[in-house]
Design a protein. Structure first.
Length: 236
């Protein structure tokens, strides 16, 4: 790391970096559909989710009133689920189905911390670094992280609907830097999405590491790690 600007803080993406879903999304969508009287193909749901999620607008809103913001979050996800289901069939009891899905992913038990996540956060703390989670997520994220024991290991949790900006927008990183009372030059971001995390952090003036968990993927010239346990040597 740069000797001109000693590292004082590190930020992490959430989903795909620190945490993952406990079961494949398509299987949950199909299982809950069966509970609501519909048979949907997990394969069609998987393809539909990947396509629709990639096409969705940023998960960020100008609204700051908490009650209205929660409605905006639900509307965003309702639009996504509606379009995903259209790729696979239909669910007659859609309102109840959507509520079940939304509540399912609000429960921390629907998620898992990656095996090395806790140790990576502990390692950063032992080096005296301030730590934040910076994620394109909604207000369900903080309680999820608390359930998984991760929120207790960080100084701030910054999510896109809570600050009105989604990665790669530099503003979400700026919110995190402000929360950590740290300059961009003294901070490092780690995440699994090249555009949102790596290039977004660079655009905000931070240093960045790309996390690529897929076996066989070639990192090229971009500084890349395969798992969070590889961060510590780079800090040293």
């Amino acid at each position: 790391m740069s000797r001109q600007h000693p590292l004082r803080a590190i930020t992490f993406d959430a989903a795909g970096t620190l945490i993952r879903v406990a079961e494949p999304v398509a299987e949950i969508y199909a299982r809950l559909a069966r509970e609501h009287g519909a048979e949907l193909s997990p394969e069609a749901l998987d393809a539909g989710f990947r396509k629709v999620f990639a096409d969705m607008p940023p998960m960020a809103f100008e609204e700051r009133d908490p009650a209205v913001l929660i409605r905006c979050e639900r509307d965003w996800w309702r639009d996504l689920v509606t379009r995903v289901i259209q790729q696979a069939g239909q669910v007659a009891a859609f309102d109840a189905y959507f509520d079940a899905l939304f509540n399912y992913y609000a429960d921390g038990h629907a998620w898992r911390a990656y095996p090395e996540a806790h140790a990576a956060l502990q390692s950063a703390r032992q080096r005296g670094l301030r730590i934040a989670v910076v994620s394109n997520f909604d207000s369900r994220l903080p309680p999820i992280l608390r359930t998984l024991g991760l929120a207790q290991q960080v100084d701030a949790v910054v999510y896109s609907t809570g600050c009105g900006a989604a990665k790669p927008d530099p503003r979400i990183f700026q919110h995190a830097l402000q929360a950590l009372d740290t300059s961009a030059e003294a901070a490092l971001h780690v995440g699994d999405n090249l555009k949102a995390d790596y290039h977004g952090a660079l655009a905000a003036g931070m240093r960045a590491l790309h996390l690529e968990r897929r076996a066989g993927a070639r990192p090229g010239s971009i500084p890349t790690i395969r798992h969070l346990g590889e961060i510590a040597p780079r800090l040293d």
